[in-house]
Design a protein around this ligand. Structure first.
Ligand code: FE2
Length: 346
């Protein structure tokens, strides 16, 4: 009885769809209501306890690696859906593509189960995280929209597992993974990472394919597009073409997040080496190098980043003092983003 797909329709407002298209992302609190969200959380917990969730695996070069602490299942598996009736209903009936297309036709989302993937995730804590990436890295991937829903009713600052969005050349946004909070973003143009989780974390992700994704205008950069005037840079920020240079523009963020997430796990050293080699190649390229350098100069300072739901940081004064006057409970960022020093910590 708590399943109410009408509630999802209402939550997906025209304003949210417009922000999704212009900024690349939006956050919706209260998408499902507490009871429905808690029921979905219980279904993930019961699948995890039953040993039915698999350790996350990923492909790198020719090999497959396991990601410790992170377990997931794909709801395309009918046998699993039979054990998770609330997710089964959501898989078959979710109105997200239809409603968003209605508000924002440019999204060109493909409706129907065949064009969607619903994955449940249980992060056991212990530092499980994901390095900087795009959900859609290029052809032949068809994902257009990522819709993450968090199911952590007891989440507190310090628990970790926040989603960090790094919209191209815009201030970063750190989003606490609180119960019934949905984060929607364009899979092909919002760089993001997941911070290490200190405690177990529950969420699910709905990916929806799009018909215009990875078209010729979204892939690669031609010599004529390596322009640094304001209009060209603004166009790049709103285009999936940014992926062609993201790794070099955000070289440090990729490397730090990669080291943080991989630790000394198998494949870690190879992945860092591959990242550094890619960056070095672009920064040695006669046409790309000055373009990348120009874009790097336009990156906002780390101190401009903010935590979603908190007021923006003041623009003047010593950035290391940010948050020093807050109560510890509110002080999510315990490190100064600018210098790494501890801030207002316990
Ligand atoms: Fe992702």
């Amino acid at each position: 009885p708590q399943r109410d797909h009408g509630r999802i329709r209402t939550a997906l407002t025209p304003e949210a769809a417009a922000q999704l298209w212009t900024d690349g992302w939006c956050v919706l609190d209260g998408l499902l209501g507490r009871d429905w969200a808690m029921a979905l959380r219980s279904e993930i917990a019961s699948l995890a306890e039953g040993g039915l969730m698999r350790e996350h695996r990923f492909q790198f070069a020719q090999a497959q690696f396991r990601k410790p602490h992170i377990y997931e299942v794909d709801m395309h598996d009918a046998a699993l859906r039979a054990r998770a009736p609330d997710f089964d209903a959501l898989f078959r009936e979710n109105p997200v593509a239809e409603v968003l297309n209605g508000h924002q036709p440019q999204l060109q989302l493909t409706p129907g189960c065949d064009a969607s993937t619903l994955k449940l995730q249980y992060n056991a804590g212990g530092g499980g995280c994901f390095p900087c990436h795009y959900d859609n890295a290029g052809r032949p991937n068809q994902r257009q929209l990522t819709c993450l829903v968090y199911l952590n009713h007891e989440w507190q600052p310090g628990d970790g597992g926040e989603l960090e969005l790094l919209p191209f050349l815009q201030p970063t946004i750190r989003i606490p993974p609180k119960l019934d909070r949905a984060v929607l973003f364009l899979s092909d143009r919002v760089l993001h990472r997941v911070l290490p989780a200190a405690v177990p974390r529950y969420c699910f992700t709905l990916w929806i394919d799009g018909t215009a994704v990875n078209d010729d205008a979204s892939v690669g950069l031609s010599a004529a597009q390596l322009a640094l005037d304001d209009a060209s840079v603004a166009a790049l920020c709103g285009s999936a073409r940014q992926r062609a240079v993201s790794r070099a523009v955000y070289a440090e963020e990729y490397e730090v997040s990669l080291r943080e997430c991989m630790g000394d796990a198998q494949g870690a050293a190879e992945m860092v080496a591959a990242h550094l080699a890619h960056v070095a190649q672009q920064r040695a390229h006669p046409q790309l190098a000055p373009f990348v350098e120009g874009l790097r100069k336009r990156k906002p300072p780390p101190s401009s980043g903010r935590v979603y739901g908190e007021s923006p940081a003041p623009e003047v004064g010593d950035p290391c003092q940010l948050g020093a006057d807050k109560q510890p409970e509110e002080n999510v960022a315990r490190q100064c983003a600018a210098c790494g020093a501890a801030v207002g910590g316990r």
